[in-house]
Design a protein around this ligand. Structure first.
Ligand code: AMP
Length: 213
C-alpha cells in the first residue's frame, strides 16, 4: 500500500504515520525527519536545507524530490510506503506522479488530516520529540512520565527549533500558499479523504484506518 498523509504542521501526520507503519508494516518516509537528520549530521544536504528549515520555508524542490526518488527505490519500499510531509506543493506532487508512472506504481490512499487553526499553535509549542527513538510527547495532552525523558527508551526529549511562535506562523503561511492547493489536486487525482484530527490519537487512527482502502 502506498499512502500520502496531508495536513498542516501540527495535524499529527508524524504520529499517525508511525501508527500506520506498525499496523501495515510499511516504511514511513518523512522528509522533515530525513532533513533534520541531515542537519544534525551536518551533511551537504543538511547544510543547504538548514536555513530554509529555520526560517519555516520549504527546502528547494530539487533537493526533496531527489531525496524522495532515491528513497522510494530502496528495497524496503517494495511493500509500500507512507509519505509524511511530501509532497508539499504542486511541483512536488507532479514529480511524484511522474516517478511513480516510471515505476509502474500508484498511490492508493491520500488522507488529509484537518485541524482547527487555533489548536495548531497550542500543539506545536507544547510538543517534544525523543532524540533517540522519535517518540512524541506533549506537555498537556501526552506528558512524559519523567520530565524531559522518553517513556519508551529513556532518551532525551528535544523541542524542534522551528516549533517557536514566529516560525510556526511562517510555516502556516507556507502551508496555506503551497500545500493547500494539493487538496484540490488529489481530489481530482486520487480521491482525497479527510479525517478530523481532533481528540485522542487512537480515535483519529481508527478513523484513518476506516478511510484506507
Ligand atoms: P516537517 O517535519 O514535515 O514539519 O518539516 C520540517 C521542515 O522541513 C519544513 O518546514 C521544511 O523546511 C522542510 N521540509 C519537510 N518536507 C519538505 C518538503 N516536502 N518540501 C520542502 N521542504 C520540506
Amino acid at each position: 500500500m502506498r499512502l500520502i498523509l496531508l495536513g498542516p504542521p501540527g495535524a499529527g501526520k508524524g504520529t499517525q504515520a508511525k501508527m500506520l507503519k506498525e499496523k501495515f508494516r510499511i516504511p514511513q518516509i518523512s522528509t522533515g525527519d530525513i532533513l533534520r537528520e541531515a542537519v544534525k549530521k551536518n551533511t551537504g544536504l543538511g547544510a543547504r536545507a538548514k536555513t530554509f528549515m529555520d526560517a519555516g520555508q520549504l527546502v528547494p524542490d530539487d533537493l526533496v524530490i531527489s531525496l524522495i526518488k532515491e528513497r522510494i527505490w530502496q528495497r524496503d519500499c517494495e511493500v509500500g510506503f507512507i509519505l509524511d510531509g511530501f509532497p508539499r506543493n504542486i511541483v512536488q506532487a507532479e514529480k511524484l506522479k511522474e516517478t511513480l508512472v516510471e515505476m509502474n506504481l500508484v498511490i492508493n490512499n491520500v488522507i488529509n488530516l484537518e485541524v482547527d487553526a487555533e489548536e495548531i499553535l497550542e500543539r506545536l509549542t507544547g510538543r517534544s520529540t525523543c532524540s533517540d527513538c522519535g517518540n512524541m510527547f506533549h506537555k498537556v495532552s501526552h506528558p512524559p512520565k519523567t520530565n524531559g525523558f522518553c517513556d519508551s527508551c529513556g532518551g532525551k526529549l528535544e523541542q524542534r527549533p522551528d516549533d517557536n511562535e514566529v516560525t510556526i506562523q511562517e510555516r502556516l503561511k507556507v502551508y496555506e500558499q503551497s500545500t493547500v492547493p494539493l487538496k484540490e489536486f488529489y481530489t481530482k487525482e486520487e480521491n482525497l479523504k479527510t479525517v478530523k484530527a481532533k481528540g485522542p490519537v487512537e480515535e483519529i487512527f481508527s478513523h484513518v484506518c476506516q478511510m484506507i482502502e
